[in-house]
Ligand binder design. Structure first.
Ligand SMILES: NC(=O)c1ccc[n+]([C@@H]2O[C@H](COP(=O)([O-])OP(=O)(O)OC[C@H]3O[C@@H](n4cnc5c(N)ncnc54)[C@H](OP(=O)(O)O)[C@@H]3O)[C@@H](O)[C@H]2O)c1
Length: 314
């Protein structure tokens, strides 16, 4: 079978560059969108050139230039968007509506994977402000995809390991302490941690898979479904030391979130932690008929276990 050609939008990003690497590793001719808006951002240019060195093709295109997007799309069969989900002033995610318009016009795209890669927004209808903006915007994009009849797969990647494991599931922390940890509530809610390179691998594996056409692919590597206490226990074993533990109740967490003047993007992030760590929103539902689980579909992927991921911090 001829391999699909793939366009990655947001290819210079944290997840995007891993998607480019995985796409090339799986033998796909891979294009990366170069947006003229980056101007003379030399660091970004270096990333683009390093992706080119790895074998990717750069293609010019702007969200503000419909025809340039259509032209880029005509080169490929599959589009994966990994545009930033960070909400500071603009709703980045909604820029994908322009991509949806261009995909509709190009008419040749066999699969579109919009920028999701987190909590399944379809499960988050009752999410709190201000964090619900992430889920609401992703649902607006889903509706546009659906209305346009574009073939899709949504990837629900759960927790990026770097964000959650690095800080032992504490918001705002990215390096594990050797002394102490604050447990969120009783620390017993289960969450799901996925190595970012594994997210990219599962994503690329799914783009030609008929089993995930017009479905959500949930990444639930079974050994990485753990509570905060279990994650801390793994770290303690690795460093041979027991950490001092304190706790923050859900009421305290919410009060701190509202009162300490975090900026909007931080509050969005804290709301997500609340739903994951206090409510268990990643694991409190069964995968339905519109979903598939990645480690079941692709058992050949030797995903990174939490202890191996945490070893890099020792
Ligand atoms: N589950 C989790 O724990 C978790 C954690 C983080 C992120 N995520 C999700 O993963 C996805 C990717 O996030 P990320 O952290 O990899 O993103 P990121 O590194 O913040 O940004 C990715 C790319 O978005 C593009 N971009 C940024 N600002 C833009 C703008 N104004 N207009 C157009 N493009 C813009 C840039 O690509 P170019 O300059 O190359 O075009 C950038 O490199 C998002 O959907 C996010 O919600 C999930």
């Amino acid at each position: 079978m001829v391999k699909s050609k793939v366009l990655i939008v947001g290819g210079t990003g944290y997840l995007g560059k891993r998607l480019v690497k995985a796409s090339l590793a799986h033998g796909h001719v891979t294009y990366v969108l170069h947006r003229p808006e980056i101007g003379v951002d030399m660091e970004k240019l270096q990333i683009l050139l390093s992706l080119k060195d790895q074998g990717a093709h750069l293609v010019d295109g702007s969200f503000n230039d419909h025809q340039s997007l259509v032209n880029a799309l005509k080169l490929v069969d599959v589009v994966i968007c990994a545009i930033s989900g960070v909400h500071i002033r603009s709703h980045h995610i909604l820029q994908q509506l322009k991509l949806v318009e261009a995909i509709k016009e190009a008419g040749n795209i066999k699969r579109f994977l919009p920028s999701e890669f987190g909590t399944d927004p379809a499960q988050m209808g009752n999410a709190m402000e201000p964090g619900r903006v992430t889920f609401d915007d992703k649902m607006v994009v889903r509706k546009a995809i659906n209305d346009a009849g574009i073939p899709f797969t949504y990837v629900s990647a759960n927790c990026f390991a770097g964000y959650f494991l690095g800080g032992l599931c504490q918001p705002g922390k990215i390096i594990p302490s050797r002394d102490s940890v604050v447990l969120l509530g009783d620390g017993n809610q289960k969450a799901i941690y996925v190595d970012e390179d594994d997210i990219a691998t599962y994503t690329i594996k799914t783009i030609e898979d008929p089993r995930t056409l017009n479905k959500t692919l949930y990444l639930r590597p079974p050994e990485n479904i753990l509570s905060q206490r279990e994650v801390v226990g793994i770290w303690e074993k690795l460093i041979g030391k027991v950490l001092h533990k304190s706790t923050i109740s859900n009421e305290e967490f919410l009060t701190t979130m509202k009162e300490t003047g975090q900026n909007f993007a931080e509050q969005v992030g804290l709301t997500h932690y609340y739903h994951i760590c206090y409510e268990g929103c990643l694991t409190n539902f069964e995968i339905g008929k519109d979903g598939e689980e990645a480690s079941r579909l692709y058992p050949e992927v030797n995903y990174t276990r939490v202890d191996k991921y945490l070893k890099r911090y020792i």
